[in-house]
Design a protein around this ligand. Structure first.
Ligand code: P5A
Length: 441
């Protein structure tokens, strides 16, 4: 992409309403624009990151055996009356009437709807287990939308729903999602800690939040320090037994504030106790027949009897993650994107646009890097060098190549690694080789 063709409305001033780094940088880097309280337009740069995160989330769901579909944002109140949630949900639900005066709502979640879909088609255990998911916008009329996309009113969620005949099998599905989540957050460059959590309006008796540590986080977590050092399971056989991966973590104490048990936490060796603030980026629930029983979503079991299907639901805050990743990875100059979600792989800074020599080298780099699939953003503007450098640091691409007349005369360009600040002078050919290797790794 050439900057001259792109839409990157970078702000010089720090917007007064932004109190945390991710919110500030998302506004300043022209990633989002607030349209109403807690409702954002995703500008091109922000949208690229959102799509990348969404794709990683999707790939890890598919690996775990979940099947993608798409449910609507607008739902009929009828289904929610069947489960009793229409009245229970409260003012967070955006209630709408259609032209025939029917009660509709903008979905804050989809347990009720997916249970209706399930009961319309599935009657026998022979079709189970099943996990279905979608990635769709939700609306919750939060009392205090804040921190930009972190606590929005409209937000993008990945939500998965599992269906099993027995509780034992439902817990296996829960474990699959647990492991899929560890791998997902790892690919996003995040250390996410699974902590025991309260179930709130979703319900059930088994639940974990996945929390990334950040001082500005809204959740307080108490945990065993060693949880931070554990690696994601990586390639696992989702048809096999995943309990070891889950048990090794859940046996180490970790709880969100509302589930915190001071006695169990004190029982940990003192040098292993950690309490910190964090951002909840995912939340999983096993709730059995909470929805299937009132909605008569029954299946015939191998015993020839009808059973209310055993369910769980599993959410990831896709749009919240954009802010969460920035909270976890930035410095005073701007964002530092992990390679896996960076909007572009590398920036090319032409220090003297319209100079025949620098133009030529930039064009060569641009074509070769695009061909290598590294997605270059070429700053071909006439702005001063200083403006170009600080803009590139702000938007946080993993690498920037600077092409200036003096270097070109010597046959070199300069590559800067955003995360470390490390600079190296290389020939354009060596620069292409270096970046190709970096992105292959
Ligand atoms: C699980 C999937 C649920 O809604 N039903 C379907 C269950 N869980 S949850 O914890 O309420 O939400 C799942 C994740 O969505 C993100 N999230 C938000 N992101 C931005 N703004 C909000 N207002 C918001 N509310 C929830 C969180 O990441 C949460 O873990």
């Amino acid at each position: 992409m050439r900057l001259s063709q792109y839409f990157l409305p970078v702000l010089k001033e720090t917007p007064a309403e932004a109190t945390i780094a991710s919110h500030r940088y998302m506004l300043r880097a022209g990633m989002v624009r607030q349209q109403s309280a807690g409702i954002y337009a995703w500008l091109p740069l922000g949208f690229r990151v959102l799509r990348k995160i969404e794709q990683i989330v999707r790939e890890e769901q598919d690996k775990a055996g979940a099947v993608e579909m798409l449910m609507p944002t607008i739902q009929s109140a009828e289904l929610w009356r069947e489960t009793g949630r229409y009245d229970a949900y409260g003012p967070e639900m955006l209630r709408i009437k259609d032209r025939s005066d029917r009660d509709m709502l903008y979905g804050p979640t989809n347990e009720d709807m997916i249970t209706d879909i399930f009961r319309s088609y599935v009657r026998s255990y022979k079709m189970l287990p099943k996990m279905l998911y979608h990635i769709q916008w939700k609306f919750r009329d939060e009392r205090r939308p804040r921190f930009g996309v972190m606590r929005g009113r409209e937000f993008l969620m990945k939500d998965t729903y599992s269906f099993d005949v027995t509780k034992e099998d439902a817990v296996k599905s829960y474990y699959k999602m647990f492991v899929a989540y560890l791998n997902t957050f790892d690919r996003l460059g995040l250390k996410a800690i699974p902590v025991k959590a309260d179930t709130g309006p979703i319900g059930g008796d088994l639940s974990h939040e996945f929390v990334i540590l950040a001082d500005t986080g809204e959740s307080e977590v108490f945990c065993h320090k060693d949880l931070l050092d554990m690696n994601a399971p990586g390639n696992v056989d989702f048809a096999g037994d995943l309990s070891a991966h889950v048990d090794s973590r859940t046996s180490l104490y970790a709880a969100a504030d509302e589930m915190h048990d001071a006695t169990a936490f004190a029982a940990l060796p003192e040098d292993k106790q950690m309490s910190a603030r964090g951002i909840e980026v995912g939340h999983i629930f096993y709730f059995g027949d909470k929805y299937s029983a009132p909605m008569n979503a029954n299946v015939m079991g191998p015993d020839g009897k009808e059973h209310a299907v055993q369910m769980g639901s599993y959410g990831i805050g896709v749009s919240r993650l954009v802010g969460g990743i920035i909270e976890a990875s930035h410095d005073e100059d701007g964002i530092i994107w992990p390679k896996s979600v960076a909007p572009f792989g590398v920036g090319i800074i032409n220090l003297k646009t319209d100079n025949e020599d620098t133009d030529k080298v930039c064009e060569t780099l641009y074509a070769a890097l695009a061909k290598a699939g590294i997605d270059p953003l070429y700053d071909d503007s006439n702005d001063r060098g200083g403006v170009k450098f600080s803009r590139m640091d702000l938007i946080g691409l993993p690498y920037a190549i600077t092409v200036g007349p003096r270097g070109v005369a010597e046959g070199v360009v300069e590559i800067k690694t955003r995360a470390t600040g490390e600079r190296q002078k290389l020939s354009p050919e060596a620069a292409i080789k270096f970046l190709t290797a970096e992105f292959a790794a």
